[in-house]
Write a protein that binds this ligand. Structure first.
Ligand code: AMP
Ligand code: MG
Length: 415
């Protein structure tokens, strides 16, 4: 793998798209797979196509409550009178034949009786004892659900690479399938680095901060369905780091660290990553989240995220999440969701870096607009909690004027 599209010069700035492409280009899905029961497939990625063993629905059936009739019996002028010869219920078909001049009372989901080709909804039919009067204007074949209309026997009902949500669980069950083949869960080791980082459960010493990154990472990784290996807070000490990296690279598919990758700061973390594996240190052209490491230690893929809590979340969502989905076997990867809205704010911006503001969407009289949510410092995690989207300002942007159109990336499904 070539983790360094900047050409080996780790001082040049790397564009967002180049970094994403380098990461995604270097990673292939994990090989392991297992069979799981339908309910346990929620959030899992199908390792094989699900082939329909039968048609869904299995039979032509009625989409409405009404009467099953023969279109040829209906006149185009005025009412047609038909003899009602029986009833078809869902699960209890009418076993006879609908002959000329006849109709069968039919319920939603009931199999279409032989001879009938059209369903007339009960609201327009006029019933008198054993006869029913059908007004003009019916269309042949109306209100029928055809066998195989949802899923056709022998066809691919759900393709490999699909991550199963509620609809997929229902679809699998609708085919009568009890188990599916999914990729094994991705194992991800997480560690925070820094002498100043304290774990919760004890008072803070002078200059210390509580570790929040491992908790936000726990949240996003759990939502993605990863198996977590929590290596805790690792102090800025070479032996401790080496031990943690060794353990992580043996047990996990992916290692995610936070802190210690910026230039000047704790250089031995970079040195350690380099010595133990093949790692590139990028200066990304983004704000927040400039430094990031990417590469391998042993067989494990390494993402060395910056330390600032907002930068961790921004770099995770812009680079790591899709990489993990790709490793999990998700294909095709969903395109990042972006849409244009009106800016309800003005600001100046340094050109050169893509900026991810934390924003809040507002619905007003003149449509959707967006404003920054809270203070925008890269350590201000409350801005992520208050926000419901990123406002993505491109590298060449130098200012936003109120009323301009800006792109937002909504949080739903990510945060
Ligand atoms: P670093 O990238 O190690 O220089 O860290 C940048 C900033 O993020 C520093 O202010 C750190 O104290 C802070 N930081 C690093 N790791 C964490 C963490 N796990 N939780 C909260 N803050 C952190
Ligand atoms: Mg640090």
């Amino acid at each position: 793998m070539n983790p360094n599209p900047a050409g080996g010069d780790d001082r040049s700035f790397l564009a967002v798209d180049a970094a994403r492409a380098a990461i995604l280009g270097a990673l292939a899905p994990i090989a392991g797979r297992e069979r799981v029961a339908v309910r346990a497939a929620l959030g899992r990625v199908l390792a094989e196509d699900v082939i329909a063993p039968c048609n869904v629905p299995a039979h032509d059936n009625s989409a409405m409550d009404g009467y099953a009739v023969r279109a040829a019996d209906l006149t185009s002028a005025g009412e047609s009178a038909l003899a009602v010869v029986g009833t078809a219920f869902a699960g209890r078909p009418f076993s006879g034949m609908v002959g000329a001049g006849q109709a069968v009372r039919i319920m939603t989901g009931a199999t279409i009786p032989q001879g009938a080709d059209t369903i007339v909804v009960q609201e327009v039919a006029r019933r008198e004892h054993e006869r029913v009067f059908i007004p003009a204007g019916q269309k042949k074949g109306q209100n029928l659900r055809h066998a195989g209309e949802d899923l056709a026997e022998g066809g691919v009902a759900i393709p490999a690479g699909k991550r199963c949500g509620p609809a997929e669980l229902g679809l699998i069950a609708s085919l009568g399938i009890a188990e599916v083949c999914v990729r094994r869960r991705l194992r991800v080791a997480v560690m925070s680095t820094g002498d100043e980082i304290a774990s919760i459960g004890r008072p803070l010493g002078p200059g210390e901060v509580y570790d929040s990154n491992r908790y936000t990472l726990h949240g996003v990784l759990t939502r993605l369905g990863c198996e977590l290996l929590d290596l805790g807070v690792v102090p800025d000490r070479p032996e401790a780091l080496e031990e943690a990296f060794r353990e992580a690279s043996q047990a996990a598919d992916v290692i995610i660290t936070s802190g210690g990758v910026s230039v000047g700061e704790a250089d031995f973390i970079r040195e350690m990553m380099n010595r133990m594996g093949e790692v590139a240190f990028w200066k990304l052209a983004i704000k927040p989240g400039r430094p990031m490491a990417f590469g391998r230690i042993g067989d494990a893929v390494l993402f060395g995220l910056p330390g600032n809590p907002v930068a961790v979340m921004v770099t995770f969502y812009q680079f790591v999440q899709d990489a993990l989905l790709q490793l999990m076997g998700v294909a095709p990867l969903p395109a990042p969701e972006r849409f244009p809205v009106r800016a309800a704010f003005s600001m100046r911006k340094q050109p050169g870096r893509v900026e991810y503001l934390r924003g809040r969407l507002q619905r007003g009289g003149d449509g959707l607009a967006v404003a920054p949510a809270g203070a925008q410092g890269s350590g201000v995690l409350s801005s992520m909690s208050e926000a419901d989207c990123f406002v993505v300002l491109p590298a060449d942007c130098s200012a936003v004027q109120e009323g301009d159109t800006v792109l937002v990336q909504p949080f739903h499904g990510i945060v």
